[in-house]
Design a protein around this ligand. Sequence first.
Ligand code: AP5
Length: 222
Amino acid sequence: VGREPLKVMISGAPASGKGTQCELIVQKFGLVHISTGDLLRAEISTGTEIGNKAKEFMNAGRLVPDEIVTAMVTTRLSCEDAIEKGWLLDGYPRSFSQAQSLEKLKIRPAIYIVLDVPDEILIDRCIGRRLDPVTGKIYHLKNFPPETEEINARLIIRPDDTEEKVKSRLQIYNENAEAISSTYSNIMNKINGNRPKEEVFKEIQYLLLQVQEDRMKVTKSG
Ligand code: AP5
């Protein structure tokens, strides 16, 4: 009661498991999941102006221009549900200038989580990834096959999940990662993401509970 809601930022290379962990974090902590990739894919599928502009960049595995993404994210972060329940920001910031945009607006998370996974595993995860357009759930042909034949029949492949595009996305990620983490070095927690998803989640859950606890102490003593 009267506690400021939790604000979490999650980062990591393409297919490091951000979306998968976010599903679990939302279930447990009730935060509002704001994924720039999901927001952009929704703009594309409804054919908005933003979607039309973003499409060619995304399908080529390149970053969408800052002005499009930054406006979209800051608008979403200022919605009532995010302010009330707290947020889980996934896929933003993705460059130093995006991190600076948030700093200028004094939008800061309580914790910055980075999922660490070796490159060769990331490529395999992207190539095997499938999405359920009905529930938004993330599957993998080998690691997490769909539960029923009905789901299996409707699964879709992301256009940027070819080996060539994954390599380009990975390169862009590696070029930017250090500059972003320098902005959040005092709240950064790097986690080994190359483990079963439940194990990864256990560690994230521990960290988030710790952040919540620390903030209670601060509230009590101050
Ligand atoms: P975005 O949608 O953010 O893609 P991404 O960062 O490349 O991340 P992914 O969604 O590919 O992977 P993930 O880490 O969520 O992994 P997942 O859980 O699905 O962005 C897409 C594009 O949008 C960008 O390329 C860019 O063009 C544009 N964009 C977005 N944000 C932008 C920004 N801020 N600025 C500019 N442009 C922007 O898992 C992957 C697979 O692995 C799945 O099949 C899953 O089942 C499996 N898996 C997950 N965890 C495990 C595990 N522990 N063990 C085994 N398999 C696992």
